[in-house]
Design a protein around this ligand. Structure first.
Ligand code: SF4
Length: 329
């Protein structure tokens, strides 16, 4: 009988978001303070061998899509060899990556050879100065060149822009105009409370405000059909090569079709981004647990997956929210 991970609401969880490191070479204000966060020690990170072992279990239980995230995944030593091994694993038929756009050309060539074609690049501004203010790094030119290189090599590129008041509102329409010449998808995300500082204001620029702002500028925009389980509501401007999407990441309007589970670089297993860790698979593994015991931990956690991100958030109302670089997005 086919093994699958199904939660109490009948959702099949076949998409694992795997964070391979909490470290990053940027300091985006919506993710961590300028001074960074207390990054974990190498011994506390899941080793690549442990990651392979756990991935084999997840793929046996129907996980067929894995997104590699971080922090910034390409800052972890040995990541390309790990991706090579992953690309040969049974059952995982889609590997995608999220990066801040600091991967180099050699890494792009290897990704292409491994058949890893879909890559999300976090880019919140098309203006160098605002990019610097948001990321606290003067790397706009490098990141934009990386995007052009990826497009030139035929990658399926999505840009993720976290939209926030007084930060990058003046970038929204230029991002749409970017899709005129480039066949890529720009997604506008609501800000989320995972900034490692414990303080957060409900975003003024939510998915409704964003849509109305864009529709006012482009009354002829076309609604595109969205993929099953998509978090993004997608649109296109007639005649433009690319498309754009709006992700209600704080309003959480898409939880009913959620197929996602998450594993942090230190083994924290979450059934919802907004919820607490259900268990720590690294600790279970390192305690000498059998494969069956590990599977039981995963299946039990999945069975208790929350209805939505609000229910999940309520389960850890007291606890300060971790930085997105730790959670892996
Ligand atoms: S908020 Fe939680 S339940 Fe909702 S889509 Fe995200 S991970 Fe899934």
């Amino acid at each position: 009988m086919e093994k699958t991970l199904i939660d109490q609401y009948g959702r099949t969880l076949n998409y694992l978001r795997l964070s391979v490191t909490d470290r990053c070479n940027f300091r985006c204000y919506y993710c961590m303070p300028e001074e960074g966060v207390n990054f974990v020690e190498r011994k506390d990170l899941l080793t690549y061998e442990e990651l392979e072992y756990l991935l084999a279990i997840f793929s046996e239980y129907g996980v067929n899509k894995v997104r590699i995230t971080g922090g910034e995944p390409f800052v972890r030593k040995g990541i390309m060899d790990f991706l090579e091994k992953m690309s040969r694993m049974q059952g995982i038929n889609q590997i995608t990556v999220t990066s801040n756009g600091t991967l180099d050309r050699d890494q792009m060539i290897i990704l292409k050879r491994l058949g890893i074609k879909k890559i999300n690049i976090s880019l919140d501004s098309l203006n160098r100065q605002r990019f610097f203010e948001i990321t606290r790094r003067d790397k706009f030119d490098e990141v934009f060149q990386c995007i052009l290189d990826l497009l030139g090599m035929g990658f399926d590129v999505k840009l993720n822009a976290v939209v926030a008041d007084k930060k990058n509102i003046s970038d929204i329409l230029p991002f749409i105009e970017l899709t005129k010449a480039y066949d890529l998808s720009v997604r506008f995300l609501e800000e989320m409370p995972f900034n490692g500082s414990g303080s957060f204001e409900v975003p003024k620029w939510n998915h409704v405000v964003l849509y109305e702002y864009i529709a006012a500028a482009y009354p002829n925009l076309i609604k595109l059909s969205d993929e099953k389980n998509s978090t993004s509501a997608n649109y296109r401007i007639p005649g433009y090569k690319g498309s754009f999407g709006i992700i209600a990441s704080f309003s959480r309007t898409f939880c009913g079709t959620c197929n996602r589970i998450r594993l942090s670089a230190t083994g924290e297993f979450r059934t919802c981004l907004y919820g607490p860790a259900n268990t720590n698979l690294r600790d279970v593994l390192r305690s000498g647990a059998s494969r069956e015991e590990l599977i039981r931990e995963i299946v039990l956690a999945v069975a208790k997956k929350e209805k939505d991100g609000f229910e999940a958030e309520a389960r850890q109302a007291e606890a300060p929210k971790k930085s997105m670089s730790f959670l892996g997005g």
